[in-house]
Write a protein that binds this ligand. Structure first.
Ligand SMILES: CC(C)(COP(=O)(O)OP(=O)(O)OC[C@H]1O[C@@H](n2cnc3c(N)ncnc32)[C@H](O)[C@@H]1OP(=O)(O)O)[C@@H](O)C(=O)NCCC(=O)NCCS
Length: 277
């Protein structure tokens, strides 16, 4: 039996609260819609990112229902996971390029047509990857993370996942963002359109970002997110620690800084090569 999308939210909420014999069927309908991108963990409403807590509840329901199983998916390899979270299946018609070599995409992650995934990458349940985006080698798109269009998620960059707490906002990378190699973006950080994160930038809710252009310090907002402004170019820097002990020992602390806002030079350095697409 397939549940209509309209009643799905109610069913998920109620199964999350008090599990019944229908829980497997509710979860299966839920996972199909998550997988096809019809439902999402985060949505942009009038420029503001809103978390759909019920979608996170649905994923948690799947973990609760899951039984550890040996999963043999037809490839020479088998693996061991909760039976509720098999690998996502693709066909050529999906128009997604997955270069061979250890990539794993869990069912319940949405991958738009024209996305390219270099090996090995891991894309977790509830993640949403929009069209023309490149996920490079050793990248992680954590559970529920949102990645916009034409994003370059460079080698070894990590987008943290968030299932709990239920109301916590996932990491959001908006359209045309360049995430440099070895970046780590965690705890509901929002990177606005066309921003550029230089190699090795780490952002989490506790990392103040120093904007050298506007002479301001960006700290987490009332929803607990660091928001990197549109077009900002962020690089990994450091700043002096003020205590006398720290000064005595010449200590500094890692600090992301906005050194400029995107210009032609940045565009040239971060341009995506059409022929590779
Ligand atoms: C951020 C980046 C794109 C440079 O942007 P840009 O607009 O060309 O920056 P500019 O060269 O104009 O530099 C502006 C200032 O920031 C400094 N700067 C630039 N990139 C920096 C970095 N990554 N770390 C520290 N400082 C940096 C420059 O020295 C310059 O400072 P100055 O004005 O005092 O000389 C580049 O440094 C970068 O990190 N690219 C990503 C590379 C990568 O990871 N590729 C992945 C391939 S898989």
């Amino acid at each position: 039996m397939i549940i209509e999308t309209e009643t799905l939210q109610q069913s998920v909420e109620s199964e999350h609260e008090h599990q019944t014999k229908d829980a497997d069927m509710v979860f299966s309908s839920f996972l199909s819609l998550l997988d096809s991108g019809e439902i999402r963990t985060v949505e942009n409403i009038d420029g503001e990112w809103i978390v759909n807590a019920w979608v996170k509840k649905g994923i948690l329901l799947g973990f609760r229902l899951g039984i550890l199983n040996q999963i043999q998916d037809g490839s020479p390899f088998s693996y061991f996971d909760k039976h509720t979270f098999p690998l996502k299946t693709f066909s050529v018609k999906d128009n997604v390029r997955i270069v061979p070599g250890g990539t794993s995409v869990r069912k319940g992650a949405y991958i738009a047509p024209t996305v390219i995934i270099m090996p090995p990458a891991f894309i977790n349940v509830g993640a949403y990857v929009s069209k023309n985006t490149l996920i490079d080698s050793n990248a992680l798109v954590g559970s529920c993370a949102y990645v916009g269009e034409r994003v370059h998620l460079s080698a070894a960059s990590q987008l943290g996942g968030v299932l709990e707490p239920i109301g916590a906002l996932p990491v959001v990378i908006e359209d045309d963002v360049m995430v440099g190699g070895n970046c780590g973006i965690f705890e509901g950080t929002i990177v606005r359109r066309r921003a550029v994160l230089g190699s090795g930038v780490i952002l989490n809710a506790s990392t103040p970002v120093y904007d050298l252009v506007n002479k301001t310090i960006i700290r987490k907002n009332r929803k607990g997110s660091i928001v990197i402004p549109e077009n900002a170019v962020v690089v990994a820097g450091s700043r002096k620690v003020e205590s006398s002990f720290a000064q005595e020992h010449g200590l500094s602390v890692y600090t992301p800084m906005i050194v400029k806002y995107r210009d032609e030079r940045t565009d040239a350095k971060t341009a995506l090569e059409e022929s590779l697409r």
